[in-house]
Design a protein around this ligand. Structure first.
Ligand code: NDP
Length: 281
């Protein structure tokens, strides 16, 4: 058996066309969705991420504002800038690229974003709203994973879903979205005993650990759908996921590749969240 490859690039392209069309309708009514992206410091991976986000925004017909701020920026100065953007009517979404330099308190910074402009969905008010099943914004990466499951018409209700990784930005919100869609969920972390006993049970296996190729074919139930969130750069410069794609695709029924899987969907969901923030006005 060789798994169906869930093509994130193709799906993202399709959804971005819909977003561009809704954006143009909104622009016709005098509202241009606007996203502000704040990058503090020189982290090379972050530079690439923010560039891609801004480019995607422009391609969708949205207004984007990229602010590159110095590494030694004070916390007070960053909070002041976020406050100004909270009040700026041309900006509907505010994103602070993580990780921040060590002297800045990420929690405090995220909490300073107005919840109705928190298009990443990381503010505690948005995390809480998601938890009670009334999300204002769904965090972009898990939201993208849900769209990928939808794209293959996967019957989530009653399925066993196992999420490997329990971060606030991927694993936990992913679990909430799957739970709310009717799956029975297990969340694993680095302390989980006998990980394979859990992963082998999964009809839907979502992996977000940052451990290159850690999920191998022996850990996967035949016929499972495998969503690989991981993005890791190997010594030879190539990208790979947290799943050993070549072996796992021989047992899974569907699998997302890296690159070209969850990554493009994450940016697409950021556009969707920004559009919806503007549509709510
Ligand atoms: P974090 O480092 O914040 O969290 C990793 C999680 O994985 C933790 O909960 C950790 O457990 C768990 N974990 C680590 N090792 C193991 C193990 N051996 N067995 C089981 N669980 C383990 O990472 P993120 O969630 O931010 O990111 C995860 C991956 O996803 C990274 O590769 C990142 O680059 C990628 N990513 C991709 C995105 C995309 O758009 N495609 C977006 C965001 C992230 P514990 O809690 O015990 O420490």
């Amino acid at each position: 058996m060789s798994a169906q490859i869930i093509d994130g690039n193709a799906l993202a392209k399709k959804i971005r066309l819909e977003i561009a069309s809704r954006t143009s309708t909104l622009v016709g009514k005098g509202i241009k969705p606007g996203l502000a992206v704040l990058l503090v410091g020189e982290d090379p991976a972050s530079q690439v991420y923010v560039r891609n986000k801004v480019k995607a925004c422009e391609e969708a017909g949205m207004h984007s504002l990229l602010e590159r701020l110095p590494t030694d920026l004070s916390e007070a100065a960053l909070l002041k800038r976020i406050h100004e953007l909270n009040l700026d009517p041309s900006i509907h979404g505010i994103l602070v690229q993580l990780p921040l330099p060590k002297h800045l308190n990420s929690h405090l910074v995220i909490e300073s974003i107005a919840p109705e402009k928190d298009v990443d969905g990381f503010h505690v008010a948005n995390a809480g709203a998601l938890m009670i099943g009334a999300p204002l914004f769904r965090p972009c990466t898990p939201y993208g994973c849900m769209k990928m499951l939808e794209s293959i018409d996967y019957p989530i209700k009653g399925a066993r879903a196992v999420i490997v990784g329990a971060s606030n930005i991927v694993g936990k919100p992913m679990a909430m979205l799957l739970l709310q869609a009717g799956a029975t969920i297990t969340i694993c972390n680095s302390k989980t005993k006998d990980l394979t006993a859990h992963t082998k049970e999964a009809d839907i296996l979502v992996v977000a650990t940052g451990r290159p190729k850690m999920i191998t074919a022996e850990m996967v139930k035949p016929g499972a759908v495998v969503i690989d969130v991981g993005i890791n750069r190997l010594d030879d410069g190539k990208l790979c996921g947290d799943v050993d794609f070549e072996s796992v695709k021989t047992v899974a029924s569907a699998i997302t590749p890296v690159p070209g899987g969850v990554g493009p969907m994450t940016i697409t969901m950021l556009l969707l969240n920004t559009l919806e923030a503007a549509e709510r006005l």
